[in-house]
Design a protein around this ligand. Structure first.
Ligand code: PMP
Length: 277
């Protein structure tokens, strides 16, 4: 049985109901967070909590993070998974009137789901490279994901696993992950800005690279340089470090083999996650 938690109430997923007047449904007026639990512990929980707070604050939604995370703990206990993928969705709630502006009295809808999850090192993958068609506030983890959805579908239709995005001539991120490139002995990732999500895995990878003495910089990456780099990898909490070996357009990346820098980072990431709170 799949369990969820809706507004503090634990219930089987198939029993959960929200109103069609919920602003998450009508306007995409909400934010979310996704975390991985491995061996019974949520990885980088405090970083995810901070980012959820940032997203909530950015859209002027006032709700108690402590209560949300207490409900997450109850849900995980009920579902009984040791390894799980956890989604937190918070919308501005349901109002009887359909107005773009915020209703004066409304309480948020808080919906939590948990599903079984196997943490595996990612296989080599292909990515398409496309213009970033999304809005300009991608640091907010908004539930309004239509741009990301269309881009990911385009990737799947092209037999690829991700879409790497660029705005003007520069890489931003991918449709569900952050982007890193390896040039010789150096790793480069686009700097934090409104245009990208401050990925938790991105943060951990930067930390690991510093610890390993690998040279890593946050700098703009020209999209036309993607074809000249030695390696590309994408990061996310549910997929870890995902190496990209082929681009469309662009053909194979580097010499088509995983670089020793990538392998060192991936090993250290798996190790680091075991002890990350
Ligand atoms: N960018 C986007 C657009 C994403 O959806 C995700 C996945 N949450 C990421 C980056 C990676 O973030 P994280 O490492 O926190 O999972």
């Amino acid at each position: 049985m799949n369990w969820c938690c809706l507004n503090g109430e634990l219930m089987p997923l198939h029993k959960a109901r929200i109103s069609p007047m919920d602003r998450g449904f009508l306007f995409g007026d909400g934010v979310y967070e996704v975390m991985a639990q491995i061996d019974g512990r949520i990885r980088a929980k405090s970083l995810h909590a901070q980012r959820l707070q940032l997203s909530l604050d950015s859209i002027g939604l006032d709700t108690s993070i402590e209560h949300v995370f207490a409900d997450v703990d109850r849900l995980i206990k009920k579902a009984g998974f040791s390894n799980a993928k956890i989604y937190i969705q918070v919308t501005r709630g349901t109002s009887s009137v359909r107005n773009h502006s915020f209703p004066s009295i409304v309480s948020p809808t808080i919906f939590l789901t948990v599903s079984d999850f196997e943490a595996v090192s990612q296989m080599t993958s292909k990515a398409i490279v496309r213009p970033d068609i999304r809005w300009r506030k991608n640091y907010i983890k908004s539930t309004a994901l239509l741009g990301n959805v269309l881009l990911m579908q385009e990737a799947r239709d092209s037999d690829a696993q991700e879409a790497i995005l660029y705005r003007e001539e520069y890489v931003t991120e991918a449709s569900t992950s952050n982007v890193f490139v390896i040039r010789g002995q150096k790793v480069v990732t686009p700097p934090l800005s409104d245009l990208i999500l401050p990925g938790i895995t991105r943060h951990i990878v930067i930390e690991i690279a510093h610890n390993l003495g690998i040279s890593i910089v946050e700098d703009n990456i020209r999209v036309d340089c993607l074809q000249e780099v030695d390696g590309i990898f994408l990061t996310s909490s549910t997929r870890g470090l995902m190496p990209i070996v082929e681009l469309n357009p662009g053909g194979s990346v580097g010499n088509g083999k995983l670089t020793s820098i990538f392998l060192a980072l991936q090993d250290a990431y798996d190790e680091k996650l075991r002890c990350y709170d």
